[in-house]
Design a protein around this ligand. Structure first.
Ligand SMILES: [Zn+2]
Length: 421
């Protein structure tokens, strides 16, 4: 499958290591330098790198220096990226493991996932009603199939594909098909974003990690989430819901989540699901939250069935170490400190000076005279000292800075300092 330019650029962004936070904003700057181009055309390493070189960023000073560095990193990655991507391999992987995963996470037997189709637009060949839809992928369930006149199945939009994402998205969309079997009421489209998307994201990541154990891929997915998708309001609601669903799983555990799905299938309107999600987010135990959100007339009977189902599901699997790893990986998404360009550029310079020392012990002890700091970094260095990201002291009548004193290279290396421009 041929990648699109935006798919390739986002993939390069999600490799990390850029100054700007969130780095997904670079997409807007590249578009601004190529007016009218939405970057949906085919990716060609040379031609796309040319477009990057024309990106419109900050005009001068430290911001320009950091921006130029970011664009340089992306250009190098894109220059080496193959223009074709084997999305079918991601589908094969999902189809192989889906039956076993449906059993483990949803209690669904004999599950068969539909093989995803790659389309140019939604829903090419069937209906043009959602031709403008710009989602990454879409799972059409039975109720939606009847409403939209599109066959049941999973559809991927080709120009949205970024290497690394389909592996996860194929799992996410398969979760929706599993949900149809386990938690959706029959006959109408009952869509509950925090529950459906939240669990599809949370379980999808657990399933992917269990299947592939690929740490680099999980890291890339995390950066897609924090750097690129956080800028999209629709995806940001998914992340909010994913956190709620993750808290449901961490506090309530898997047997309770399965029992809750069954209760929803039975009585979708007996629970005020928004209130329940809000209570979980606030810290309430999900067993308590569901009862506090009960709006039907037979609470005792509802609770009895829920307890009975949970007890039965306890005979099956619960979350294990692999699940908890994957789940908590995506809860750890605290935003980094975003320094102004002048300070960030000075931080990069100070760290690069320290890195010139031949061994770590010498780098650790290095001090730089204030008078040796280049003019363009003097203000930035002084500000970094004022917030104790570097230390300063008087030595033989002159002021010196120690980059490691305030832990600056560690702050940069761990990604906890980034830049806004
Ligand atoms: Zn979804």
């Amino acid at each position: 499958m041929r990648l699109s330019e935006r798919g390739a650029i986002r993939s390069a962004i999600a490799e990390g290591g850029l100054g700007l936070f969130p780095a997904g904003r670079l997409m807007e700057m590249i578009k601004a330098g190529n007016p009218g181009d939405e970057l949906k055309g085919d990716f060609d390493p040379q031609a796309t790198v040319e477009k990057l070189r024309g990106a419109r960023g900050p005009e001068g000073g430290a911001a320009k220096a950091v921006f130029d560095r970011d664009i340089g990193i992306l250009a190098e990655r894109l220059g080496l990226m193959p223009a074709n991507y084997d999305i079918e391999a991601a589908f094969d992987m999902m189809l192989t493991v889906a039956p076993e995963l449906a059993k483990r996470y949803y209690g669904v037997e004999n599950f068969e996932a539909p093989r995803p189709k790659v389309v140019e637009y939604f829903f090419e060949g069937f209906s043009d009603v959602y031709k403008d839809g710009d989602w990454f992928a879409f799972n059409v369930n039975s109720a939606e199939s009847a409403e939209m006149n599109v066959p049941v199945g999973t559809y991927f939009k080709r120009d949205q594909v970024s290497p690394g994402l389909p592996e996860f998205s194929a799992m996410h969309e398969a979760n929706h098909a599993m949900q149809e079997a386990a938690s959706l009421p029959d006959g109408f489209n009952h869509y509950l974003p925090w529950f459906d998307e939240g669990l599809a994201d949370a379980f999808g990541r657990m399933m992917l990690y269990r299947t592939m154990k690929d740490e680099a891929l999980m890291g890339k997915l995390r950066r897609f989430r924090t750097e690129v998708e956080s800028l999209d309001p629709r995806k940001a609601t998914y992340h909010f819901g994913e956190e709620t669903a993750s808290l449901l799983l961490l506090r309530g555990r898997l047997p309770f989540a399965k029992a809750l799905m069954r209760a929803r299938r039975r009585e979708p309107f007996s629970v005020d699901w928004s209130t329940m999600g809000g209570l979980i987010k606030e810290g309430v135990d999900p067993h308590v939250a569901v009862l506090k959100s009960y709006v039907g007339s037979k609470q005792a009977a509802f609770q009895k069935k829920l307890d009975r189902d949970e007890k039965a599901f306890r005979k099956g699997p619960d979350l294990d170490a692999s699940d908890l790893r994957a789940l908590t990986m995506f809860l750890a998404s605290e935003r980094p400190a975003c320094l102004p360009p002048e300070e960030y550029a000075a931080a990069l310079w100070l760290a690069s000076e320290a890195a010139k020392a031949p061994d770590p012990e010498q780098a650790f002890k290095i001090s730089i005279a204030e008078s040796d700091v280049p003019a363009e970094h003097k203000n930035g260095a002084a500000k970094l000292a004022s917030i104790y990201f570097i230390t300063k002291r008087e030595e033989e009548g002159r002021i010196v800075y120690s980059p490691y004193g305030g832990g600056l290279p560690y702050r940069l290396g761990s990604g906890e300092i980034r830049c806004t421009y």
